[in-house]
Design a protein around this ligand. Sequence first.
Ligand SMILES: *[C@@H]1O[C@H](CO)[C@@H](O)[C@H](O)[C@H]1NC(C)=O
Ligand SMILES: *[C@@H]1O[C@H](CO)[C@@H](O)[C@H](O)[C@H]1NC(C)=O
Ligand SMILES: *[C@@H]1O[C@H](CO)[C@@H](O)[C@H](O)[C@H]1NC(C)=O
Length: 472
Amino acid sequence: GRFFFVCVFFFFFFFSAPEKQKRDVTKLLQLVMSTKTVFFPGISKIPYVPDAGVRDVLCFKYYNASEILLGRTMEDWLRFSVCYWHSFCGTGADPFGSPTLRRPWNEGDSDMEIAKKRLSAAFEFFTKLGVKFYTFHDRDMAPEGRTLEESNRNLDEITDLALELQKQTGVKVLWLTCNLFAHPRYMNGAASNPDCHVFAFAGAQVKKGLEIAKKLQAENFVFWGGREGFLSALNTDVAAELKHMASFFKMAVAYKETIGLKCQFLIEPKPKEPCKHQYDYDAMSVIGFLKHFGLDKDFKLNIEPNHTTLAGHSYEHDIIMASVFGMLGSVDANTGSPDLGWDTDQFPMDIRNTTLVMKAVIEQGGLQPGGLNFDAKVRRESTELEDLFIAHIGAMDAFARGLRNAAKIIEEGVMQNMLRERYMSFSLGIGQKVEESSCSLEDLEEFIKQNGEPKVTSGKQERYETVFNHYL
Ligand SMILES: *[C@@H]1O[C@H](CO)[C@@H](O)[C@H](O)[C@H]1NC(C)=O
Ligand SMILES: *[C@@H]1O[C@H](CO)[C@@H](O)[C@H](O)[C@H]1NC(C)=O
Ligand SMILES: *[C@@H]1O[C@H](CO)[C@@H](O)[C@H](O)[C@H]1NC(C)=O
């Protein structure tokens, strides 16, 4: 979902003049703090007002951060995170039209000045919204320079400032990732590129990304293989590319050890767009890849439900598949439009779906160190600054309702009991032997000779659906 706008921004940065600026954190901070620029005037800290009226949209009606559900605060269950790329770099431009969103922080004389303004706008937003985490790509935090060294210097300068703002506000990095898909050098892939020179560039970029993760104490580091895949099998050595990708990940794991970085590595599956055949198609493809190359202990998955629906599964499918394999690390909370075939990255507002997601999250004991990251963008027609708040508040409340519903489902236990009953035949006799993996085909044959035809048992889907709806 982040591909298009990153592209637009990338070109913007790439063709504008590079900035020579000395690193001087104190001076930078003074600048940011002393200008006291308020980017969201008239909006203060968003309160929890459970009995707010229908027209009140700048408050939470379900999300009470400190309220305890099933032994944990709502804040800890939900671990909300705001993404940098859509919310602070996004302009509303689409393949058919120019930017529609005028953001005061995106105006300035140089890319680096803009990057600094954007950072202070972002922190004002995080703290007013009451969200403890944010996510970013290296290139949306600081502009790409003409050389790797220059890009790294830009990143150092801006992340020094980010670190100070993190300390002042207590806001943390949920995850960061390297943009290995927007620059033309990556058009044939990064870690799966047929040219080792490009592979090397990607490695150098990830090395720096990991150092930044360490400096900012990021909780996770994400790899999204936007261009890791192929368009034609004729010009592609798939076996070689997969092996190279695995080597790339092994190098990242090794460097993480080297620098003592303590974060969780995550891979984000997506079936297509921009590539035709992407190696990280869906949760099961990634899990198979990781297990095949012995990487499954070092990685988990960052599931984006709208990528799941693009893969032809239902919204909650990959959350559940990753979770049952112990591989669900984090969730990119967004949604598509059921009647459109592409990645619309809308804010999730569907209570049924948030309930299903939160049920899976509670059942696996939470998402930590992952969280719910709003990889979502306001529509290009939603042009007011307050729309950015309303969108996040609405989606946070949708997940808070989902959490409350799921907690109730689990506390009351009606659905679990129905499920337990359905599988009861595995709790004794021949079923227990199967459960304990101590059963043979001969045993099964003997059982059938004794017991004959099984009786017809209803699956009762509609009963489950009706009971589930009771909680919405
Ligand atoms: C939110 O939850 C906290 C902790 O349970 C509680 O003390 C507080 O009263 C709640 N806020 C409202 C407005 O109900
Ligand atoms: C919720 O999930 C269903 C089932 O996957 C999907 O069809 C629907 O589009 C989702 N709702 C939204 C608003 O994304
Ligand atoms: C987003 O979800 C909708 C269904 O809700 C689906 O039609 C569309 O293909 C999805 N797009 C992506 C990129 O996942």
